[in-house]
Design a protein. Structure first.
Length: 324
C-alpha cells in the first residue's frame, strides 16, 4: 500500500512556551525530542503524554538530534553552543561552538559523528567521544538554512540557493555542488528513505524532488511543484506560504509537507500526486515527524513570524494517529 491518511489526534500537554523549531521521534520508541525558541529542549513520552526531560540553553534553540541509541540529545541555537546531554542523567557537555547561531544538527549513526551547520557559513564535524571534539570544518557559500542525512550522504542547503552534497566518509570537499531548482530561499530538506535523493522546500510554496545520481537519465526524473497556496475568490489574489516541514513515512515512503497556511498535505512522489490534505490548523506548521513505525505523526503548530509581531494562539504539539 502506498498511501497514508490522517486518523484521530490528541494534544500533547505542557508544550513549549514559544515557537517550536524541531520535533523528532526516537528511532526505537515513541519518545519525542522537541526544541523551541523558549530556550528549552524537551523529551516527551508520547504514549503516556509525559514530559520526561527538560533542559535549557542560554537562548532560542533552533535544532536538535538524537544519538544512535537515543540516550543522548544534541542541540544548538542562538547561543552558538553545541550541547550534548545525557537524557538519563542530564549530564551536559559543551562539544563546541560556532561564531554565529547553530541552525542545523545531524547525528550520523554510521560515522559516529555530529554535524552542525551555522549562520556563520560553516559546517563543522564533531566526535562526541573525543576530548577535543572538533574533527573538521568546511567553509560554505552562505548561511546554513537546512540539512539532512541520507546514509553516507549529507545534504546542506544554504543562502543563495546553494546545495552541497557530501560523502561523509570524505569531507575534504563536496561530492556535488548544486543550485536549488527552486527560485527562492530554501526552508527544509529531507532525504528519501531509500537513499536515492531528497525533497527540498522553499519559502515560495514550492517543493522539489531531487536525485543524487548525476546521470542524465536520472536527473531527467526530477521535478518541482506548487503547493501551500490559497486563492481569494473575490479578488483573485493568490497567497503563497512557506513550506516549513517535510516528513517521510518510514514504510510507504510517501511524504508530508506542512506550511505556514496550517495545512498538511500527503504526497506520493512516485505518482506525482497529492493523496490527501488534513483540515487546516489555526497556525502554521513549523515542524513534524513520523514515529518509527509510521503509526503516529507529531505536528508542531506554531507562529513562525511570517506576519511580524502579531497576537497569536499558543503553540501546540498534536499527535495524530495515521491510518493506512
Amino acid at each position: 500500500m502506498a498511501s497514508t491518511s490522517g486518523g484521530g489526534e490528541k494534544l500533547l500537554t505542557n508544550p513549549p512556551g514559544d515557537s517550536i523549531s524541531k520535533c523528532l521521534f526516537a528511532s526505537n520508541s515513541n519518545n519525542l525530542l522537541v526544541s523551541s525558541w523558549d530556550k528549552t529542549v524537551r523529551l516527551y513520552d508520547v504514549s503516556s503524554d509525559v514530559e520526561k526531560v527538560k533542559y535549557e540553553h542560554k537562548a532560542a534553540v533552533l535544532d536538535c538530534a538524537f544519538s544512535e541509541d537515543c540516550s543522548t540529545a544534541f542541540s544548538g541555537g542562538l547561543d552558538r553552543e553545541l550541547l550534548m546531554v545525557d537524557l538519563e542523567t542530564s549530564s551536559t557537555t559543551v562539544l563546541g561552538s560556532h561564531k554565529s547561531a547553530i541552525r542545523c544538527i545531524e547525528h550520523s549513526e554510521r560515522a559516529k559523528m555530529v554535524f552542525s551547520g551555522s549562520w556563520d557559513s560553516t559546517l563543522d564535524m564533531w566526535d562526541p567521544r573525543a576530548h577535543n571534539a572538533l574533527a573538521g570544518s568546511q567553509d560554505l557559500q552562505g548561511k546554513v538554512y537546512a540539512m539532512c542525512l541520507s546514509e553516507w550522504r549529507l545534504v546542506v542547503g544554504t543562502s543563495g540557493r546553494h546545495v552541497y552534497i557530501y560523502d561523509i566518509r570524505n569531507m575534504n570537499e563536496p561530492e556535488q555542488t548544486r543550485e536549488s531548482s527552486l527560485k527562492q530561499q530554501t526552508r527544509c530538506i529531507r532525504s528519501h528513505p531509500d537513499g536515492s535523493g531528497y525533497i527540498l522546500s522553499s519559502i515560495e510554496g514550492r517543493v522539489a524532488v531531487e536525485y543524487f545520481d548525476p546521470a542524465r537519465e536520472v536527473q531527467d526524473k526530477k521535478y518541482a511543484f506548487k503547493c501551500h497556496r490559497s486563492m481569494d475568490i473575490n479578488t483573485g489574489v493568490q497567497t503563497v506560504f512557506p513550506v516549513n516541514a517535510i516528513a517521510f513515512h518510514p514504510t510507504y515512503h510517501t511524504f508530508a509537507t506542512g506550511g505556514c497556511d496550517g495545512v498538511i498535505n500527503i504526497w506520493d512522489g512516485n505518482l506525482k500526486k497529492r493523496i490527501c490534505q488534513f483540515p487546516a490548523y489555526r497556525m502554521g506548521i513549523s515542524a513534524m515527524d513520523f514515529n518509527y513505525d509510521g503509526s503516529l505523526l507529531a505536528v508542531a503548530v506554531s507562529y513562525t513570524w511570517e506576519l511580524g509581531p502579531v497576537d497569536h494562539d499558543r503553540d501546540h504539539i498534536f499527535i495524530r494517529t495515521v491510518r493506512s
